[in-house]
Design a binder for this molecule. Structure first.
Ligand SMILES: [Zn+2]
Ligand SMILES: [Zn+2]
Length: 128
């Protein structure tokens, strides 16, 4: 088990619902969830001090649930998902309660970055 070749922790796990992410952000986040999972479980050097790793350490249950949410959103969009995580290892806190930025700031960051995210976020606001 290792981090995929060429992988960089430039992405992050967002705290907004996966439905609000564009395909690119959703797939990127899904990869990141797998990478973080192996980094934390295998104690991989080099990434263990990254802030995003620290944020998820001790919260494998929450990471597991986020991955499940990403995977079902991927399937809803027609992507195939064949990389389940081992639920037996999903220990620790079930909720990610340490946000890097408030939800609104995350929505703003995503909206500024690309049009697809901006539209999904805007549409979700109109529904509520
Ligand atoms: Zn996006
Ligand atoms: Zn997966």
């Amino acid at each position: 088990m290792s981090v995929p070749a060429g992988y960089n922790l430039f992405m992050r796990i967002w705290d907004v619902p996966p439905e609000l992410l564009c395909d690119r952000h959703l797939l990127g986040e899904h990869n990141e969830a797998h990478a973080l999972w192996s980094i934390i479980i295998n104690g991989l050097k080099g990434f263990s001090n990254h802030p995003e790793t620290a944020r998820w350490r001790g919260k494998l249950r929450a990471l597991y649930l986020r991955h499940e949410a990403d995977a079902s959103e991927m399937e809803r969009r027609g992507f195939r998902h064949r990389s389940p995580l081992d639920e037996a290892l999903a220990t620790g806190k079930a909720v990610q309660d340490e946000l890097k930025d408030p939800i609104e700031a995350q929505e703003r960051l995503l909206s500024e970055r690309d049009q697809d995210c901006a539209e999904k976020i805007l549409r979700s606001k109109r529904r509520t």
